[in-house]
Design a protein. Sequence first.
Length: 539
Amino acid sequence: MTAELVGLKPDVGEYLAQYRELGLTFEVPPVVNLRLISQAPAGREPVGARDIAATAAIQCYAPGIAPMKARPDDKAQSIADSTLEAGHHTTRMHAHYTFLLVGATRDVVHDIFHGNPFYNSEQQSQRYVEARAGNYAVPTVLTSEQREFYVGAAERSNQAYFEMLEGLKPEVERRIREMYPKSGWSVGRTRERLESKVVKVSQEVARYVLPIAQKTTMYHTLNELQLLRLWRGSQMGHFSDEARFIIGQMVEGVVAEDSTFLSELDLPIEKRVGGVDTYVNEQNSEFDALLKGRLSRLIGNAANVRLTLADSARGVLGVSSWSSNNTKTLDFLMNPKKNPYLADVYEIGMFDPLTSVLRQASFTFATKLSHTADSQRQRHRRTPGATPPIFASYDGSFDYITPMVIEGNAQLNERYDLIMRENYEAVERAREMGIPDEWALRLLPNAHALRVVESGDLFDWLHRLKQRLCYLAQEEIFFISVDQAEQLTGIFPESTGMFQAPCGVAQVAGTGKCPEGDRWCGQPVWKWKIDQYKKGRLV
């Protein structure tokens, strides 16, 4: 990269060099490959990120059209500088980059790259793709004794995965046969799909024993502003060396294709000193008491939320409280039979003035879930959670989530508990041996429990719950969603047709049944009320 970095601020160049060197701390470092970059269409003058930003800024004040073109002149560069320094950063949201990440850990994806709302990822799923033995990150910073222990612990977790995978299949098949009509097993195509489902569900459950050091592959798309933010924040205390290496590689990949990006880079902010991590056990106990036996408990909403929504809806509809009381108004807003936009899979209700009234009410839940389920939860970026970094969630105790299929089978449950005990003991032994926490804690299993406070408005809860109340959703987040839907419908009885699986919402709206086609879950969920959902879910 030396030729491309000519003219870069020396101190920024030093950070890039430091981050590049961090790749040496991995026996096999993550691969970061820039696959797509915003650029002018073929036949047009090439433009870089800084040209795009300057043109966008100029367009705000241009009496006509500011053409998208290269802008190396001093005036345009001055505009680019001033908007960047003043925080007028929408000008940096037009350029986008798509990276292929190969070999990043599940840990860094969860804590950093999916720990914010401004990205798009398509990540290889541990639910649908069988894990590869030995596919975990290994550091070069360990002594031979430490390395032997670390690799041995990770390898035991990998072997436990394959052991659980085989042990689960009979139990999973039994449950699937109970869920699906017997007639389906006599039809060739259906039988093949159900046999495949046995494998996939077994993978979904077995993955709980895998370490978060396990590697993943994904396409990851960011706009320029978010890449600048990652770079700027890369010295924060919870950014691991792995995160810094990947971010540095992202920046260098963009620079290699677009030299204008050099002028956009500022110094990372030095990490904040301080922080309390000695009372994790007490905090975990307080959080669990707050849940009062639920997986997720509603802990925050406005006292007059029904009136707020009703008044907002009446304002959009142009009706008075005399002609439409709260119940009647909320029914018109929340009943899919009267508001079919609620059932649309494209969520076009965001353009509808009435449906958008749902944004005027926000709700906060305290939720306890596994690291692997939280990785799914955080993909719903419009219901963001206050998620602790992994080091702030660990207090040395055996603190993990047990999947339903395992919990319901005494033999599987006994073996699973033993695997979990071995995993947590390995983490403690690794720390005692002096293995840095960044690596020791990566031996924690996917099952490791996290406690999250998450919030969102009703429109975004509608989207999330509609997706996760489907019986095809991952089991753990499904039951969390049922808890949440039950509490929301308790506040809004009018929403019982809205907070259902997609098939249920579509049925109420009169637009069909299951939108999954031949992936149907085997149960007539569209006929059920939310209080029946838990009983019918077996896998």
